[in-house]
Structures are given as C-alpha cells and as structure tokens.
Design a protein around this ligand. Structure first.
Ligand SMILES: Cc1cc2nc3c(=O)[nH]c(=O)nc-3n(C[C@H](O)[C@H](O)[C@H](O)COP(=O)(O)OP(=O)(O)OC[C@H]3O[C@@H](n4cnc5c(N)ncnc54)[C@H](O)[C@@H]3O)c2cc1C
Length: 490
C-alpha cells in the first residue's frame, strides 16, 4: 500500500523530531527547509579555524535528549560525548564578587550556607518541591497536546496543578525560601530561559532549578551542533528526505485541507503538513481565511526576548572566563523593564559570555578563544549597525576590565547578529529569538494551538506552540504533534 505523505516545514529541533517520529511510524516524510543546513536557531558556522554554534549553548535536561534517542533504539552517546561542566557556570555580581556554581550538590549547599545561614536546608526543601514539579511537569504536562480543556479536567490533575504552584508566581515562591539578593539572583537565573521575568512566571517553573542543579549543565564535545547532526543522521536513517534551500511561500488548499506546499523548489503534495517554522510567519502564508489567529492576537502576545549576539574569534586565551559566564553586575530590574515594560535598547545591560574553547579545544585554533556574547533585548527594536557597534564597545570595555587584558586588539574574527538576522534567516515574528514567553496566560491550552482550526490536516510544532521555547521542549513538541498527525492519518 502507498505510504501517506507528510511534509514538515523547517529542519530545526522540532521539525527533525516530528519528521523522525512520523517516519518511524511508517509515513513518507519530507522536510522542506529554507536554509542551507539543518538546526534552525542552532545552526553552526566555521571561520578561520573557529567553530561557532549560532544559538543554544546550554545543554540542560539530559534525560530528555536520552529519551529522544532511546525512542528510536539509539543512545545519545551514539552521536556525541557529553561532559558535565564544573563549575556549571560563573555569575559575575561585581568585579570583586564572582560566584562559581559548583556541580557537586554538597559543595553548592555549603556555598548557599556561606551566603545566608539556613540556606542549605532551604535549598533542600526548595528542590524537594521542584523535583516533584519536574517529574509531573516533564513526564506528564508537557506531553499534552493542549487542544482541549478536558485534557486537564481530572481531579488528580487539578490537585497536581495546585501542588505544582501553577497559579502563584516564581517571584513570591522563591522569596519564601531565600532572602539574600545574591541567592535570589542565582535562583532566578534559570527561569530567564523561559523568556519572562519571575513576577510573570508560574512557580511551577522551579522545575528549571531542579534541572539545573540536580541534573546538571552539560556540553556535547565538538559543539551543540552535534545534537543536530545526530538528529539529522537518525532522521535520514529512518528514510526522512530533507530538501534544503526549499523556502515555503504558499499552500495548495482545497476542500478544507492542505493538498500541497508551494516552495522555491516547486510544489510538493502532502496528506498532512506540520509547520515548524515560526508560527506567525506560517499564518501569513496561509492567508486570512485559513489562519488560526489575526494580527491583533499576535500583537498582544508576550514574546520572549530577542538577542544581540557577537561571535568572536580571539587570538589569545582570556583569563577568568569559564565556559558559561553571566554578567549580572548591573541592575536587572532596569534591564528587564527595557525588555518587557517599555521595550527599548537597554541603557546598561546584563549579558552572557560563552567561551566553549575553555572546555573544548576543537572549537578554536591552538591558544585562541571562541567567544560568544549575548545581550537579551526586546523584540521589534530598530536594529542598525551603529546600535550594534555601540553595545559591542560597551561589552568590550566591561570584558577587558574583568579579564584584565586587552581584547579588542586580539579579535581576528567578528560577526554580529540581531533582529534583522532573525527575521531574514527564520522569518522570526518581530525578530524574536526564543518564541513566546512562558507566562501563565501563555501556558498549555492558552498557547497558540498545534492544530489549525480550518484545515484539518495542518499542524504546527516548535517553540511558538506547546510546550514552549528551548531545545528540550522543541524535541517534545515534535513528538506530541506527530502523535496528533498519526491519529488523523492512520
Ligand atoms: C541565541 C539563542 C540562544 C539559545 N540558547 C538556548 C540554550 O542555551 N538552551 C536551549 O535549550 N535553548 C536555547 N535557545 C532556544 C532554542 O534554540 C529554540 O527554542 C529551538 O532551537 C527552537 O527550535 P524550533 O524547531 O522550534 O525552531 P527553529 O530552530 O527556528 O526552526 C525552524 C526552521 O524553520 C525554517 N523555516 C522558517 N521559515 C521557513 C519557510 N518559509 N520555508 C522553509 N523553512 C522555513 C527555519 O529556517 C528553521 O530552520 C536559544 C535560542 C537562541 C536564538
């Protein structure tokens, strides 16, 4: 019997995940990808002996990656070798106050206790609750397609929702355990990954602290792109066909169904379509009659931040920098106000510096440093070369002061990346980097639906639908939607 055909738009984590799952279930699957390589926001480029991962640099929740490959009878180690980082990361609170987060839990307890008496036991209690949230959140909640409210209407789930602290904020939750500013900063950092401030983030996301502290910060030797390479190899081994340089520019629609996908390489017929490209962009290609949400809806969404990024090749080693460095030496309330409340270029930003060459000699020539800088900024800002340069100078001043050496004169490669690039490369709505913020009003059933309401064989996956932004959720999103496609087609 002829296999039913599914077209997946986009070869990022969610697209690769859904394609592999569907191919494994026996469908003929083709991915159409506009760019020249897979990975989406996690693409890679090489210049002058440096290997730059373009997006994700934090490998958290190793169990999700392990489970992903295990679904298909594989192990993570079949594709890459993981190293646990110790310290997990370094937090620069001021030039003289730097906290290195130890990977070892007892050492971390001691560190907490030295900052605030009683904090070690408070950490135990905090993480005990967070462990429960991780278990229920990651093993159950994130696997729900969230298309019907009835999925959540059981007594057990309602009890769980209360125990999960879905309705209180992370901000007030964490303050029940810790008082010191330093500890609050350390505990609030992981939820920044969710793209919202702690006042607007449900306390359930203390599961991120569990992930960070108990499950650890890891790094695939060679670079984060090896995860993508592993996923592509696995997809191809299942028979998935990937068409690169195939930009989708419209759909063939007939009788309430998508019949095919129009691309720069021609029209491809399909029994079902899964769009992993940015949700809003796909909606514009579908047109008024077939999209799920109008522009007014999208305009009201709280987007996670965009980013101003710099990829730098440095021809010497940089003292003091660890693999992950968080420069939290400025007032976060001002910076977050400039991201969320009054979107504008930040006056004096916090930033993140990643130096993977500290762990992995393969990503830079001998004696050199691979430096990736990230400033979280509001989406939809006017992004010009002059603005980028102004921030570059600011970061150089701060880094040179912190490292105690000159850096500008050691730069042998430099590339910047911001809103215009996110739009040009990924059709990112308002130039967003991380999709939608995980606020309470944008959780589960309240997120953009993974099903199209007008076209019964059209689906969405990825960081703008359930369960949310980040690499592990994108992997899960792909599997969740594949099950829905299978329910329709089988
Ligand atoms: C700078 C940065 C740092 C990050 N750091 C981390 C981190 O440390 N840890 C973590 O877990 N997460 C991190 N993230 C988030 C993570 O990278 C994303 O959540 C995840 O990669 C999203 O995957 P996706 O499949 O939903 O979307 P994408 O990666 O955007 O994939 C969508 C694909 O669709 C393609 N596409 C778009 N339009 C079309 C079209 N018309 N036709 C064909 N193809 C199209 C795009 O080219 C792209 O390949 C980071 C993101 C960024 C940007």
């Amino acid at each position: 019997m002829k296999k039913k055909k599914v077209i997946v738009i986009g070869a990022g984590f969610s697209g690769l995940s859904t394609a592999t799952e569907l191919a494994d279930k026996g469908y003929e699957v083709m991915i159409v990808e506009k760019n020249e390589q897979a990975g989406g926001r996690a693409r890679v480029f090489k210049e002058q002996g440096f290997t730059f991962d373009m997006g994700p640099s934090w490998y958290w929740m190793p169990d999700i990656f392990d489970n992903y490959f295990a679904r298909f009878g594989k192990k993570t180690s079949d594709y890459y070798t993981l190293k646990r980082l110790d310290p997990s990361y370094s937090v620069i609170l001021s030039d003289s106050e730097v906290v290195d987060m130890p990977a070892d839990y007892d050492a971390l307890r001691n560190l907490f206790e030295s900052i605030e008496p009683g904090a070690a036991n408070a950490l135990d209690r905090f993480l005990e609750q967070a462990a429960y949230k991780y278990k229920v959140g990651i093993q159950e909640f994130v696997w729900k397609p969230s298309v019907k409210i009835t999925e959540f209407l059981s007594l057990r789930i309602l009890v769980d929702a209360l125990r999960m602290d879905v309705f209180s904020s992370f901000y007030s939750h964490v303050r029940k355990f810790f008082k010191s500013d330093t500890l609050l900063k350390l505990m609030e950092f992981p939820i920044l990954f969710l793209g919202a401030i702690s006042q607007n983030t449900p306390a359930m996301y203390s599961l991120m602290n569990y992930a960070e502290i108990k499950l650890g910060t890891w790094y695939p030797m060679g670079g984060m792109h090896l995860i993508v390479k592993g996923m592509v190899d696995l997809a191809l081994s299942k028979g998935v066909q990937i068409e690169y340089h195939a930009e989708v520019n419209g759909f063939a629609i007939e009788g309430g169904k998508v019949k095919g996908v129009k691309t720069s390489k021609g029209v491809f017929e399909a029994d079902a379509v899964v769009a992993s490209a940015d949700y809003h962009h796909v909606e514009t290609l579908l047109g008024e009659a077939h999209r799920n949400y109008d522009e007014a809806y999208w305009d009201k969404r709280v987007m996670a931040p965009s980013s101003l990024l710099f990829y730098l090749g440095i021809n010497k080693r940089l003292p003091r920098l660890k693999h992950h460095n968080l420069f939290f030496d400025r007032d976060f309330s001002i910076h977050s106000h400039e991201i969320y409340t009054d979107p504008s270029w930040p006056s004096d930003p916090l930033f993140y510096a990643s130096t993977p060459s500290v762990t992995d000699p393969s990503v830079a020539p001998d004696g050199c440093e691979n430096l990736f800088l990230l400033i979280p900024v509001a989406p939809n800002l006017e992004d010009t070369e002059a603005v980028r340069e102004q921030y570059f100078e600011q970061l150089m001043d701060r880094l040179e002061l912190y490292c105690g050496v000159s850096i500008r004169d050691a730069i042998v490669y430099k590339r910047s990346y911001a809103h215009q690039d996110f739009i040009g490369d990924y059709h990112a709505f308002k130039g967003n980097a991380y999709g939608l913020a995980n606020t309470l009003m944008q959780t589960a059933i309240l997120k953009p639906s993974l099903k199209n309401r007008h076209l019964k064989n059209m689906f969405y996956t990825g960081q703008l639908t359930v369960p949310g932004p980040g690499v592990p959720p994108s992997l899960i999103s792909g599997i969740v939607v594949a099950k829905e496609v299978d329910k329709l087609l089988k």
